[in-house]
Design a binder for this molecule. Structure first.
Ligand code: AHR
Length: 492
């Protein structure tokens, strides 16, 4: 047994828990929309064709914000194709995912779905094949009162009132349709932002940052884009996906080390640009795509022909993936002073916590649970807990502490919740929490096999279970965290 320690001290407040930390992402990709959230033929479908089982799981997941409609898809998307009478909507080839987009689901369906799911929409505009004019048209359609061309075509008189908008997607990536240099993109983003603010001054705008911290332009990209857009945008995006490579489970379990470094570097860059420009405002991070994604498995997954909603990027997650997701949530919460929004990519079927069968059941992947528990129990203030534990050598990140943790404390109730991962693949960890509390209870996501999965036959194999090894002892709580585990500890 190894030992670890954390301390609960309200003075170590990082900042408020931001509800947008628990965002997700719906892209027109594979079966995320069609047979994911939308399937009129499904027995649980409602009058709008939305799957009732997926709506229920989305609510259970605790998602607050959903980014839409892409992703790489948005960079060739004509949003007008997805409005008006469904029978008159054109089918188009989607070059990003080599699929046919039938346009049965568009902006209006998304807004109706978001309302039913109880989530805030976060829209992205196409700055790949399109520009300022089309972004203004979409903003008019969504946010202006009836009386002008596009706003009057909206099927409901009340504006959708979308507050947060992404200015394109991953424009630093050579794979992106309409990929640009940082200067080209920065200029276009600035002009789009300026014009959008003329229609609706109170928007929150997200400029594209780097598609990963391994991009050759990482750092330089943020610098140039923010030089062009600093006064006009509120956030800069980060995207990161992690996977176990070459059987190196230790490095994979330590993926949050990369996310920490990514956020710290982007914040430092943004503040450096701000200081150079003499700005008082601070740019925030929108980590609007993050997850585990086995990209190497899907490298040759381009569909034959141009199918509608082919099964793409349908990763089957296991316990270790869920523990990594938990670690990434801890990293996001730890940076709540600068991370204003985050979106786990994606919501359904495509690298997602929810998996559906067409005309069949929907189930929770192991990665569902850390997200749902963090979204439900992280309230009030985020506290740094100063974790101490032995380090384990990793090939990618050098020596990394096996324990990672953060806490959230609701100042109104005094209720504190600790989120903790044990990244050791071999040893249980005896965790001592220094805290004044009268009671404590914990749940743990663990299994004898770090690669245990949930299947149709056994949909709840990997699910949080009460942890019996919790003891309140004077000014301490002690709890045993099994190897490769995600843990939620409630303190009274
Ligand atoms: O989420 C899948 C894809 O990953 C998105 O379309 C793109 O933005 C990113 O590269």
């Amino acid at each position: 047994m190894i030992e670890g320690r954390i301390v609960i001290d309200p003075a170590l407040r990082v900042g408020p828990v931001r509800r947008r930390t628990f965002g997700s992402f719906v892209e027109h990709l594979g079966r995320c929309v069609y047979t994911g959230i939308y399937e009129p033929e499904h027995p649980s479908a409602d009058e709008d064709g939305f799957r009732g089982d997926v709506l229920a799981l989305t609510r259970e997941l605790g998602v607050t914000t959903v980014r839409y409609p892409g992703g790489n898809f948005v960079s060739a998307y004509r949003w007008e194709d997805g409005i008006g009478p469904v029978a008159e909507r054109p089918a188009r080839p989607d070059p990003a995912w080599h699929s046919t987009e039938p346009n049965l689901f568009g902006v209006d369906e998304f807004m109706a779905w978001a309302r039913k799911a109880g989530v805030e929409p976060m829209m992205a505009v196409n700055l790949g094949t399109r520009g300022v004019a089309e972004a203004l048209d979409l903003l008019e359609y969504c946010n202006l009162p009836p009386g002008t061309h596009w706003a009057s075509r909206r099927p409901v008189p009340e504006p959708y009132d979308v507050r947060i908008w992404c200015l394109g997607n991953e424009m630093d990536g050579p794979w992106q349709i309409g990929h640009k240099t940082a200067r080209e993109y920065g200029r276009l983003a600035a002009e789009t932002a300026r014009a959008m603010r003329m229609l609706d001054p109170d928007l929150e705008l997200v400029a594209c940052g780097s598609s990963s911290s391994t991009m050759p332009t990482f750092g330089a990209w943020e610098e140039v884009v923010l030089e062009e857009t600093y006064d006009l945008v509120d956030h800069i995006s980060c995207h990161a996906y992690y996977e176990e490579q070459d059987g190196d489970l230790d490095s994979f379990l330590a993926s949050a080390v990369d996310m920490d470094h990514f956020i710290d570097t982007v914040v430092a860059k943004a503040d450096e640009v701000g200081a150079r420009l003499g700005a008082r405002k601070r740019i925030q991070v929108s980590f609007d795509e993050w997850n585990v994604w086995y990209q190497s498995r899907w490298a040759d997954a381009t569909p034959d022909g141009w199918p509608v909603a082919p099964p793409l990027l349908e990763d089957d997650y296991h316990l270790a993936d869920a523990v990594v997701v938990g670690g990434l949530l801890i990293a996001l919460l730890r940076h709540t002073d600068r991370v204003a929004a985050a979106c786990q990519a994606q919501l359904v079927n495509v690298i997602a916590p929810i998996r559906t069968e067409p005309v069949g059941p929907a189930r929770r992947q192991p990665t569902f649970h850390p997200f749902a528990q963090a979204a439900r129990h992280a309230a009030g203030d985020v506290l740094d807990v100063q974790p101490e534990s032995p380090r384990r050598e990793t090939a990618k990140y050098g020596p990394v502490p096996v324990l990672d943790a953060v806490a959230a404390r609701d100042p109104e109730t005094g209720r504190t919740t600790v989120f903790a991962v044990n990244r050791s693949t071999t040893d249980p960890l005896d965790l001592t929490i220094t805290v004044q509390t009268s009671a404590a209870e914990a749940t743990t996501l663990a299994d004898s096999d770090p690669y245990a999965r949930n299947t149709a036959a056994d949909p709840d194999r990997v699910t949080p279970r009460p942890n019996p090894d919790v003891v309140v002892d004077g000014d301490h709580v002690r709890v045993v965290l099994p190897p490769v585990s995600w843990n939620v500890i409630h303190l009274a």
